[in-house]
Structures are given as structure tokens and as C-alpha cells.
Design a protein around this ligand. Sequence first.
Ligand code: PCA
Length: 315
Amino acid sequence: MGASVLVTGFEAFGKHETNISGIVASEISGKNVRGNVIETLVLPVNNDGATTVSKLITERKFAAIIHLGLAENSTSPRIEIRARDILDFRIPDNSGRKIINKTISGNGDLFSTIKPEDWDIERMVDSPIISNDAGEFVCNETLYHTLSRIKDNTPCFFLHLPPKQSDAKGLVLQCLDRMLRPPCIDVGAGAIIHNGKFLAARRAPNEKHAGWWEFPGGKFEPGEDAAACLVREIKEELELEVTTGELIGTWIFDHDDVVVRLHVLECHIVDGEMKLHVHDKTQWCDGPNEVSWLGPDQEIAEAISARLPLHPYHP
Ligand code: PCA
């Protein structure tokens, strides 16, 4: 049996009759994410609720923990990555407690154990934003207590949901997926531009993903940045000497066994005769639809094509 992941929501509080966070948590109970079963808890909006999980995790281990709560005044879902060491309640919680301007521990703010830079945030369901401020009420208190007990880097953060959004469940499941997948590997991909065209290269028959077209490049070696990686990789793969130019963009892509963050840089040939080592064919393209691209490279080819000096591509 796989491990469990924990998703908590809250009961209604203040003037609210319902709380989307508790509803969403209950609705995804029992679902499976990357082999882990979702267990859910709906917490009371008081000190018991804020400390339930911090107590539970001294006895049980979870593969990931998401706390959900309602962000009354927000229009976007908020990925809270910091729990502030302060409570300042504008309204009493559900036990009548009203804490005014007090620290929680006096030991300072705590930071979430997730790596949102490894997530494709711009492409996620309902456009979540990263937030450094979980408020000063029970949600912040809960995140603070849980993070203060996590000693083993169990991925954990607080997802504040707006009162209305189109697919809260979808977003929570997507966040769990991102928390449970392997860390990103940084890969450089070169957009070699020459005479107004850019180079596509086809992976040779004995290579992984044989027959698909891609941009030359590869994994960063220790100490390398995208530019250094591409100068080396393009020399190794094509025997071309290049200089690198502007960053066209970064794309994160999940290949199932590995998650890559592609750093796409413009490159210009300064010397060399092209000779192929991991590819069996190349093509100079003036648009994005000339070859069958591997994975996200179609999208990247569109971004490069739009920048071509001679015939920019407009879909
Ligand atoms: N939202 C409150 C507490 C419970 C909830 O759902 C908050 O933002 O602190």
C-alpha cells in the first residue's frame, strides 16, 4: 500500500455559512495521487484546529501535507510559503478567542517546505499566486504550528482558496502532484539562429526519444549556468562553436520519469562545421510546424518563431 497524503480544510467561521476549504478537502478524500491516498481532516477554526496536525505528525508520517483555508478577500488562490510569527485577530475565532498582536513562538517566521520554483505556476489551474503573507488569523497559526514540527522536509504549505474559483479540487490535486513528483533537472536548450532560421535536430535511432525533433542541448553540469551548458553541449553534439544571446524563456515539463526545466537561449554560430553525434538529421526552420517536436518543444518553437528577424511567426 502507498503512503498517505494529508489535506486539511476548515469549518465555517465569522459571517460565513460554509467554508470552501472544508468542502474541497472532504470531496477529495480517498483519491489517489502518484500512488498516495488522500486522507482529509476538517478542522475547527480555533486553537485545537490550528494544532491538530502539528500533534498528529509527531506520530504519523505523510508523504505531503496541504492545509486549505478560505481567503475571504482574495480573488486568486494563494500559495502561502511563509507562516508569520504573529497573530492579530480582527474577529474572534470559533472558540471566542481574540488574540491581538502577539507572536506565536517569538522565534520568527517559518517557511514552507515546497519548492514552487520547480512548479509550472503560470500554467496551473485557476492561476494561483505565490504569497508571503498567510494573514494573522487561524490559517497562519495552523501553518506555523505544522511547519514548526516538520523536521524531515515533508512537503507542506498552505493553499488559501478564494470564495469562488472554477476548479478548486483540480488545483489541490495538481498541487499534490507537484509536491510528490521528483525535483526538476535543469536543462539548456539552444535556439541556434542563422540566416533568419532556427535549427531543429532529430534524435538518432539509438537515443532516448528517437525520431523526435528537439533543440540541441542537455543537462547542466555542476557549476554551469544555461550559457556555459549550451556552449559545451552544442560543441559536443554538433561540433559547432556558439555564443549565447538572450533567454527566450524557461519551460517546465514532466516526462513522467523525470521533470525538466528547459532554459531556452538564443545561440549564434561563431565557428565549426556541423557534425552530428546524438542526432541523425537537422533542419533549418522558419516556422514552428515543420517537424514533429518532442514534448514541449512545439511551444518553444512557436516562441522562437515569433522572434525570427525575417519572418516572425504569428499564429
Ligand atoms: N480562513 C481563515 C481561518 C479559517 C479559514 O478558512 C484564515 O484565513 O485565517
